[in-house]
Design a protein around this ligand. Structure first.
Ligand code: PHE
Length: 457
């Protein structure tokens, strides 16, 4: 049989078990941990929010992740093709279509933030953000996001970098790099954690992170936690379906989902410990929003020995983590266009990144030229973010869960779950199945309706 370039890429990427973990974790770990988790936690009141986020991750988003991995591996196809194969002539493929759309909308704002990170590597290197004055780091960030040319330049830069990697198919290269850099990111976060914990007033930040105050909880807060749980594990939109299709038949999918979930959560918590003590120590407010990472972290580094080179390294690692996630986002539409519309990988990639650049520029300019353009009371950036995390991903999650629970059924699911082997103990499979058949769809539906204000509970 003739091997297409795409087939080769698939094999190249996920050659070993470690490679599978690196790629899957590479998709999960990203700006979601280091930028989004802290700022959304800050906006939603801290520890109680984190607790709900953890529950949502364990009971809902991880089971959906496993469902997607199984669907992808079973069919060896992109998000749309996978559902077409499993349920031909039925509308389930629309779930894949919604995934392609979500990937696109997430990229629109994700590449904007990734652009800020790349620009911060240089700002750290030349010393612009080497300051322990809150006014100074805040001013630098404001200067960046209220500009036009600078953030657009970085966004396009990010798209070109990601596109080039996807096009030239150096998935293996990226894996090799992430395998080394992920541990380095851990170590560096650990150092920042220690430094942050030693700041005067650090305990205030820890209290915010770990001492829950349930009076702050409302349904919109629960919806935000659920949305973050989906965004974090890259689920509800076909990323894990697509990556599942590159995973070998002998890999233990439940174990992969568990490992990725645990490591990903650890990185988020570590990012929280890096940021919140500093927030309080330097007199910022935890609900400062998307700017949180960019105004606090420079101050933590600036207040420690060798801060400047460490800060450069830190932003490089965040850029690498963001790139791993963006590769998986870009892969969703690209795999779809290549397999379902027979485009070459090159054309599919170029087309997608050009379209993302166009739509993404409206997110990037939402803090400058387009700051008056509002949708449902949100600027374009916040709108794309809200629409994907809090609506499209949870909706996708409902349907992935329903698909496995009601359309696929226990037996077919179990074959994929167990790699067609006899398991001594089917307990986990049964729990998982119960979660996707009943718990996830009902819980997500209720949270969605209540969180959006359609249902008064
Ligand atoms: N999980 C990624 C992060 O936390 C973001 C992402 C979402 C990637 C959805 C792919 C799909 O940064």
């Amino acid at each position: 049989m003739q091997e297409t370039q795409h087939d080769k890429l698939q094999r190249e990427g996920f050659s070993s078990s470690l490679g599978v973990i690196a790629a899957t974790l590479g998709s999960a770990v990203g700006l979601g941990n280091i930028w989004k988790f802290p700022y959304v936690t800050g906006q939603n009141g801290g520890a109680a929010f984190i607790l709900i986020y953890l529950i949502a991750t364990l009971l809902i988003s991880m089971p959906v992740m496993l469902s997607e991995l199984m669907i992808g591996r079973k069919t060896n196809a992109n998000a749309v093709g996978a559902l077409r194969k499993l349920a031909p002539q039925e509308p389930w493929f629309l779930l894949g279509v919604s995934g392609v759309l979500s990937a696109f909308l997430i990229m629109a704002f994700y590449t904007d933030v990734a652009g800020w990170v790349f620009s911060y590597i240089f700002k750290a290197a030349v010393g612009t953000i080497h300051s322990t004055s809150p006014e100074q780091t805040y001013a630098v960030f404001q200067g960046l996001v209220s500009g036009v040319g600078e953030p657009l330049f970085w966004q396009i830069f990010v798209l070109v970098v990601t596109g080039t990697i996807i096009m030239s198919g150096v998935a293996k290269g990226i894996e090799r790099v992430t395998k080394i850099l992920m541990p380095v990111l851990f170590v560096l976060l650990f150092i920042v954690d220690i430094r942050s914990l030693m700041l005067p007033g650090a305990s205030e930040g820890l209290k915010f992170l770990f001492d829950p105050d349930f009076s702050k909880i409302s349904f919109s807060v629960v919806l935000a936690a659920l949305g973050l749980a989906f965004f974090k594990l890259s689920v509800g939109m076909g990323t894990m379906t697509t990556y599942g299709s590159y995973i070998g038949k002998e890999e233990d999918l439940p174990r992969i989902a568990l490992k990725v979930m645990l490591s990903d959560t650890l990185v988020s918590i570590m990012a929280g410990i890096a940021i919140f003590p500093a927030v309080f120590a330097f007199g910022f407010k935890p609900n400062d929003g998307p700017s949180l990472l960019f105004i606090t972290i420079p101050m933590v580094f600036s207040s420690m020995p060798f801060g400047r080179p460490f800060m450069v390294l830190f932003f490089i690692l965040v850029a690498v983590a963001a790139t791993g996630a963006m590769l998986s986002l870009l892969e969703v539409p690209v795999a779809y266009l290549v397999e379902e519309h027979k485009l070459t990988r090159r054309v599919a990639t170029l087309g997608t990144i050009s379209a993302v650049a166009l739509v993404g520029s409206t997110a990037t300019l939402s803090t400058s030229l387009l700051s008056d353009v509002m949708f449902f009371g949100k600027n374009m950036f916040d709108f794309y973010d809200f629409l994907t995390s809090n609506i499209l991903l949870p909706l996708g999650g409902i349907f992935f869960a329903l698909f496995v629970g009601w359309r696929w059924g226990y037996q077919r699911m179990f074959t994929e779950f167990s790699n067609d082997r006899h398991l001594k103990n089917e307990g986990f499979a049964k729990i998982y199945f119960f979660l996707v058949k009943y718990v996830a769809p009902i819980a997500i539906m209720l949270v969605l309706l209540a969180g959006l204000g359609f249902l008064k509970l």
